[in-house]
Design a protein around this ligand. Structure first.
Ligand SMILES: *Cc1c(COP(=O)(O)O)cnc(C)c1O
Length: 398
């Protein structure tokens, strides 16, 4: 997954352009910057690469989600559906918007179960937040049809699936708004950064203003601009954007290496009949940053954690036991620990949710093992890793 493994001269060159002129901010200072507009350049590259009309950079994937919800007009009293398996940023962004997170089960794709989504829709539902977890996608056709039928919005969190596709469309570009993260461990990185993309020019214009204190960005005198509505500062710096410019040019190479490495491991593990792989709706579109599979039982999956450690297999996640990605251990949320007052509606929703058990998700996540695919492995290292993994799995199954 991590683009930082390919950090090198290309990133240094882009950074040097910014360091040479000293304009570290994305707006203004036209005369000083020697024609370098790294944030604008990265937005253009994202639009071209992801085949989407507009890209708006932000400070992070989390703030990109917050921007997406805001420009869609989602806030106080609105419900947003999201999966039980995601990164905490999903519910953080919903709560920051003042909206109510409504958790629903995942299926064996490790993404939203469309049946569970439809069951959770109420008159208050304003959006579905689809999270393309671990490099691969939800069943987008079905989810888009549900959104259309109920006249609600679909926000795609494609933070972990950069460069992945579904039926030829780039993940993140399918919903009403899509979000990417370029934090340090993502498929491509800016150090910190994110982007919201959309094909809706109206939404984009709102995002462009919102991310810069509501500046209207009309004319060339920043001091003379007006503020049509209340915004905030979500601006990425030129330094971060410069790294992103170099990284996005490497995306095809990154995907190629990931896919090659993943295939080697998957082919070897496919010889173990008891192992079931994660459901991937469009195999060709998998960004291949992870290999995820299911052990026959939760108990065996726990044994596999020990066996992997014994065999020297690193970079694996048993998300069932992890307090960043799976609902079971989100105690800070279940106990509603906030530094500030929250609305009665949100409080009530969180109380209800803290008493809920997600049997389907528990069964799936309890058996799930996810392993990272690295870029820096040599072909020999990938083969050795695959053999070690296979040995560990067999030792548990036998
Ligand atoms: C990383 C990530 C985010 C948040 O991105 P940041 O840039 O770290 O704020 C959101 N959602 C998912 C699924 C992520 O993996």
């Amino acid at each position: 997954m991590p683009g930082f493994e390919l950090y090198g001269n290309e990133e240094r060159k882009e950074l040097q352009d910014v360091l040479d002129n000293g304009v570290l901010m994305r707006y203004g200072f036209d005369g000083m910057r020697n024609g370098h507009w790294k944030a604008k350049e990265l937005e253009k590259l994202i639009e071209q690469k992801f085949q989407v009309k507009h890209a708006q950079l932000t400070t992070s994937g989390t703030t990109a989600l917050n921007v997406a919800l805001s420009v869609l007009g989602i806030g106080y009293g609105d419900e947003v559906i999201l999966p039980t398996f995601t990164f905490v940023a999903s519910f953080e962004a919903i709560l920051m918007a003042g909206a109510i997170p409504v958790f629903v089960d995942v299926d064996e794709s490790l993404t939203l179960d469309p049946i569970a989504v439809e069951k959770a829709i109420t008159p208050k539902t304003k959006a579905i937040m689809v999270v393309q977890m671990c490099g691969s996608m939800a069943e987008m056709d079905t989810l888009m049809a549900i959104a259309k039928k109920h006249n609600i919005k679909l926000v795609e969190d494609a933070c972990q699936a950069i460069g992945g596709t579904y039926k030829g469309k780039v993940l993140g570009s399918i919903g009403h708004a899509g979000c990417f993260s370029f934090d340090y461990v993502k498929t491509i990185t800016c150090g910190e950064g994110g982007a919201m993309v959309t094909n809706d020019t109206e939404l984009y214009n709102l995002a462009d203003n919102l991310t810069d204190h509501g500046h209207d960005h009309i004319g060339s005198d920043r001091g003379a601009e007006t503020h049509p509505f209340i915004g905030y500062n979500y601006r990425i710096s030129e330094l971060h954007a410069a790294v992103g410019v170099a990284q996005i040019r490497k995306l095809d190479t990154i995907l190629e290496i990931q896919r090659r490495n993943k295939k080697i491991i998957k082919d070897i593990l496919s010889e173990i009949p008891e192992l079931k792989f994660r459901k991937i709706y469009d195999l060709a579109g998998d960004n291949a940053s992870f290999l995820s599979f299911f052990m026959p039982s939760i108990e065996q999956n726990n044994q596999l954690v020990t066996a992997f450690k014994t065999n020297g297999v690193g970079e694996f996640w048993n998300y069932y036991d992890n307090n960043w990605h799976y609902i079971r251990r989100w105690n800070h949320l279940k106990e509603a620990k906030f530094l500030y007052p929250i609305s009665a509606e949100v409080k009530l929703a969180l109380q209800k949710f803290s008493m809920q058990t997600f049997h389907q998700s528990d069964d799936i996540m309890g058996r799930n093992m996810s392993t990272l695919i690295k870029l820096s492995w040599t072909e020999e290292e990938v083969n050795i890793r695959a053999q070690k993994m296979a040995q560990a799995i067999k030792s548990v199954l036998n």
